[in-house]
Write a protein that binds this ligand. Structure first.
Ligand SMILES: *[C@@H]1O[C@H](CO)[C@@H](O)[C@H](O)[C@H]1NC(C)=O
Ligand SMILES: *[C@@H]1O[C@H](CO)[C@@H](O)[C@H](O)[C@H]1NC(C)=O
Ligand SMILES: *[C@@H]1O[C@H](CO)[C@@H](O)[C@H](O)[C@H]1NC(C)=O
Ligand SMILES: [Cu+2]
Length: 561
């Protein structure tokens, strides 16, 4: 509506000519030593780090992926992208697609409708800590901060592991891990092991796009003598906010403006420190601090030995940035979801992470395919099995209240939405009282928020388009422990939708049914027999075992797809 009544905006929109950016990627194992230790990592077109996807709002992004890993399946999720009416391009294996087996291909194609700093990563069985991740930048032709910076740079931060995910997760999921210990990283890397020197020129301002690729630890960031002016968090513009320190949790992004100071010409160190403290909000001591020193390099021939020293960490609060355009809470709430997160032990004695006592248990049929093929039953959670399903209607205003009953901080992420953060108290605040907010002030908006130890968060979002969107902790190890809920939005509108042939071909090659309920039952979708209720005792991660039993194939009914 605003577009039609504001001629300037209309003109601006009309000038934007949408294009298509296409990437052809062969995904394979390569060796890399980002911290000096050589190990196999998952790269693209024979190289690692993986490339950056770059597009402009309105563009169609096409990624043609071929799996050349030989021994693992794969897939890509585009973190933070809304996927309006293209949910089947969202990428999580077992949810919106089947995993892509070795030797096979998949094409992702979708429109990028919102500007910002994003990233892509494998959403297939704990695979992104093995290296399959990269930045994704969507440029804004009508950037409200245009003219306030001269250049853009990307700064990625991540914890790093010397062992492969499969081994790490197998250890974590053994019955003797009674303390629910996740894998502990071996170090921290910045820009995937590149030098960490950012060339700065006096008098210029840089837009630094900070992205965390981490699987567990958060990154504390501080620049010597330079202020960060935050203009965006997780692809939502915010009112310019000055800060000296940021804590970037796994999957979060911050776009900050840094102006090269004019005082003298030297190389200014910056410190990125890995935070694995269970509850930094109560105790600002970093445990097992891995430090990385980078430089704002203004004197390339000069001294690069200075260190940036931080004696006390007091990072900006990630749930306090005001949106650039003030937004009161949306309402009235039509659907409330209450999630209690605890660690738990499954029926086989294996440590898991649970919502309301249940870990997410992967099913035979990817959830979106069940939504599309179970007709009028697709609004019934019985169809989907133990994936922690919640069903919403088009137009619903959903409020999610999550109680973190653990003594550590966890970053929670929702696919396909920028949610509002209504309440995110300090650690030790206990459980949500059940009272909805009465606040009418502007509330923050982002796609990943840290939830403090023994505390809670309340978020809201609107169901504006149909799809299956995951809500999960972005500590990748906790995803593998089951800390995921499945939001099934406007399933009525997904009945009978068609999926790209190459996506379904991957299911056939994997012998994975793509019709019927979670167990592949097309006759009676409400019959839960054959559904998986407890996770497998053997964890095989993304390991590929060639399908040998043609038995499943005969159960696939092809008529409506
Ligand atoms: C648990 O057992 C596995 C092998 O079964 C072993 O590798 C690991 O070190 C043990 N962990 C602990 C915490 O005892
Ligand atoms: C990391 O940097 C912090 C802050 O400057 C310092 O206190 C700490 O000793 C450093 N840790 C290591 C392992 O170098
Ligand atoms: C897959 O191949 C890589 C690269 O050769 C190897 O390092 C890894 O151990 C293999 N993984 C499995 C599960 O076989
Ligand atoms: Cu977690």
């Amino acid at each position: 509506m605003r577009l039609l009544t504001n001629p300037f905006l209309l003109l601006a929109a009309a000038c934007v000519k949408a294009g298509t950016v296409t990437y052809q990627w062969e995904v394979s194992w390569v060796n890399a030593a980002p911290d000096g230790f050589s190990r196999p990592v998952i790269g693209v077109n024979g190289a690692w780090p993986c490339p950056t996807i770059e597009a402009t709002v309105g563009d169609t992004v096409v990624v043609q992926l071929t799996n050349k890993l030989g021994n693992q399946t794969t897939g890509i999720h585009f973190h933070g992208i809304n996927q309006v009416n293209t949910d089947y391009m969202d990428g999580p294996s077992g949810v919106t697609q089947c995993p892509v087996p070795p030797g096979s291909s998949i094409t992702y194609s979708f429109t990028v409708d919102a500007p910002g700093t994003y990233w892509y990563h494998s959403h297939n069985m704990g695979q992104y800590p093995d290296g399959f991740r990269g930045p994704m930048i969507v440029h804004d032709p009508v950037d409200p901060y245009k003219g306030q910076y001269d250049e853009e740079v990307i700064l990625t931060v991540s914890d790093w592991y010397h062992s492969q995910s499969l081994d790490l997760v197998r250890k974590m999921l053994s019955p003797n891990n009674t303390q629910f210990q996740p894998p502990i990283p071996n170090g921290i890397i910045v820009n995937e092991g590149r030098s960490g020197r950012i060339n700065f020129v006096k008098g210029k301002t840089y837009r630094v796009r900070i992205i965390s690729f981490a699987a567990l630890g958060s990154a504390m960031i501080h620049f010597d003598s330079h202020t960060m002016r935050v203009i965006m968090n997780d692809a939502s513009y915010v009112q310019k906010t000055d800060t000296y320190q940021l804590r970037v949790s796994p999957a979060q992004r911050y776009d900050v403006l840094i102006s090269a100071i004019d005082r003298d010409r030297r190389n200014y160190p910056f410190l990125v420190s890995l935070d694995i403290n269970r509850d930094f909000a109560n105790d600002a001591t970093l445990r097992w601090p891995y430090n990385f020193t980078g430089y704002l390099a203004m004197d390339p021939a000069g001294d690069f030995t200075q260190k940036d020293v931080v004696t006390k960490w007091r990072p900006a609060d990630d749930s306090r940035f005001s949106p650039l355009v003030p937004e009161p809470p949306i309402g009235p709430v039509t659907k409330t979801v209450k999630l209690d997160f605890t660690f738990c032990i499954d029926a086989n004695g294996i440590p898991r992470a649970c919502f309301n006592g249940q870990p997410m248990v992967p099913q035979k049929v990817p959830t979106l395919y069940s939504v599309a093929t179970t007709g009028n039953d697709n609004t019934n959670p019985l169809v989907y099995g133990a994936v922690n399903p919640f069903i919403f209607k088009m137009g619903d205003i959903v409020e999610v209240a999550l109680n973190n009953i653990d003594a550590a901080i966890h970053p929670f992420h929702l696919h396909g939405h920028q949610f509002q953060v209504l309440d995110r108290p300090a650690s030790g605040a206990g459980r949500w009282s059940g009272r909805s907010t009465s606040s009418t002030g502007s509330v923050p908006r982002r796609d990943t928020v840290s939830v403090n130890a023994n505390s809670y968060v309340v978020i809201r979002f609107k169901v504006d388009w149909p799809g299956v969107y995951l809500f999960h902790c972005h500590i990748e190890w906790h995803v593998e422990m089951g800390l995921t809920a499945t939001f099934i939005e406007a399933p009525e509108q997904l009945r009978g939708i068609q999926f790209p042939q190459d996506h379904l071909d991957n299911c056939r090659k994997m012998n994975i049914p793509y019709q019927g309920n979670a167990a592949g039952n097309t006759q009676n979708p409400l019959d839960q027999s054959g559904m998986q209720t407890v996770p497998d005792t053997t964890y095989n991660g993304a390991m590929y075992t060639p399908a040998s039993t043609p038995r499943l194939r005969s159960r696939i009914v092809r008529k409506s797809l």
